[in-house]
Design a protein. Structure first.
Length: 256
């Protein structure tokens, strides 16, 4: 699947372009996050013993900070909510100006399901329930915490498309199999399918794939050293750039 950017933003349903006169919606961004010390095991494994657990923790934290920063700056975003069971993540989120929600399900490092697949979806459902408890129609944008090259403009584009078409939309990762962003406009709800094969699962659940209508930065999730090199080549946020600059052994090296 191409990750080229489109110069036009067609109707999510595949119809022709049309004007929308509805007032702007104020979106809430939800960012799920594992405890950083337990995150990015695939990234660590992909570079073997060269990347220590402490390094992975530093990178995972930096990825999150750049995603939060991009989300806070996006046009149309009213609130950013980070959900995690980790107190360090809470401190980082609050210091950056985001809200924090303690995940109800304790993290179990021995259970892949806790923060992958159904565990992640359970945490996201908890966040959505909290957000819509008082405002049932608030639009929600779910963004994974590892798209370190993400620009606020790309999030604004996703919001524009989703609101224009009043339809659940998603952005697939660069491989076309995972999901980096899921938009649920104005009370829209679908079954969450984050995990292995989530792009196809979200499509089957009724969300529309708008991956070709956003810039590549919205699709580069970092799971391996190759992903990190791609993100660095494209241009990452300041937190990730600073973290990588201290880790000369990471493939791709510090950004130029």
């Amino acid at each position: 699947m191409s990750i080229r950017a489109s110069l036009r933003y067609p109707n999510c349903r595949g119809d022709t372009m049309r004007d929308v006169t509805s007032p702007p919606q104020r979106w809430t961004v939800v960012i799920p996050m594992k405890p950083p010390a337990h995150a990015k095991s695939r990234l660590r494994q992909s570079v073997g013993e060269k990347l220590a657990t402490a390094d992975t923790t530093t990178l995972a934290t930096a990825f999150l900070q750049d995603v939060v920063a991009a989300s806070l700056s996006a046009v149309g975003v009213d609130r950013v909510l980070v959900i995690s069971p980790d107190s360090t993540v809470e401190r980082i989120a609050v210091e950056m100006g985001a809200d924090f929600l303690a995940e109800a399900t304790p993290f179990d490092r021995n259970s892949a399901a806790t923060h992958g697949g159904s565990g992640l979806n359970h945490a996201l459902s908890q966040a959505i329930d909290e957000i819509r408890a008082d405002r049932s129609l608030v639009p929600i944008l779910i963004v994974t915490g590892d798209v370190a090259a993400l620009r606020s403009e790309s999030l604004s584009t996703v919001i524009e498309i989703a609101q224009r078409d009043d339809a659940a939309c998603f952005v697939a990762d660069q491989g076309g199999e995972g999901t980096t962003i899921l938009a649920l406009p104005h009370g829209t709800s679908i079954g969450l399918r984050f995990g292995i094969g989530s792009a196809a699962a979200h499509r089957a659940a009724g969300a529309v794939d708008i991956s070709d209508d956003v810039e590549p930065d919205a699709r580069i999730d970092i799971d391996t050293s190759h992903d990190l090199a791609v993100a660095l080549a494209y241009g990452v946020g300041t937190h990730t750039a600073e973290a990588v600059a201290t880790l000369a052994h990471v493939e791709g090296g510090p950004p130029a």
